[in-house]
Design a protein around this ligand. Sequence first.
Ligand SMILES: CC(C)(COP(=O)(O)OP(=O)(O)OC[C@H]1O[C@@H](n2cnc3c(N)ncnc32)[C@H](O)[C@@H]1OP(=O)(O)O)[C@@H](O)C(=O)NCCC(=O)NCCS
Length: 186
Amino acid sequence: MDGEDVPNYLDAELFILRSLCRDDAPQLAEILTNAELSQFDQVDRALAILDARMWIESAARGRAARRQMTWGIAQTAESPIIGVCDFEIDSGVAIVGFGLLPRARRRGVMSTCLATAIQHVFTHALVSRIQAEVALENRASIGLLRKFGFVDICSENSSKWTLDRCKWNLRSTALRGIDRTRATAT
Ligand SMILES: CC(C)(COP(=O)(O)OP(=O)(O)OC[C@H]1O[C@@H](n2cnc3c(N)ncnc32)[C@H](O)[C@@H]1OP(=O)(O)O)[C@@H](O)C(=O)NCCC(=O)NCCS
């Protein structure tokens, strides 16, 4: 990736997007496995946290190599993360991934935070489009992507989505009206 260094913090109004650190591993494990930690046994939980640590280290390497932008979503600089969004950048295209703790969902949190992250990526990384691949049955993610103006480039059995920079420039103006009052403390 050409462009600028990834900033440690982005201000997403009620939330901040910040770089991940080792201490974020327990929350990240919960986000990435998409399950409540209470459902894990001790071994599963330890393994999930180990995976999350490796994920954080890999994101830091990607960031240093300027091919990845990853942020944890939190309410303050000191509070634990409730979500994550991640952009892997290659040849002018960013592949986005995102996730929230179950308790933080359906409050407009990702709408608010992803808008800030996408704006940053399109402004500061040399990418002309952002793509996503989600499971066909993942209605929440598909709804979120549609809301952001992503269009479906899927075949029958996969769900791939793309957002061009020029489309975003138009869309972002409309999204400024997002109802952020829903995106409250969790
Ligand atoms: C996808 C996800 C990040 C959405 O975050 P969120 O903060 O709950 O989403 P928002 O509240 O901002 O909702 C944005 C839009 O997404 C859609 N949406 C969100 N949750 C939904 C649900 N449960 N069912 C249907 N649509 C949903 C709606 O279109 C919504 O717009 P609206 O509120 O104007 O109706 C969250 O559900 C999640 O973490 N899912 C698990 C992780 C995952 O599947 N990641 C994708 C792999 S890349």
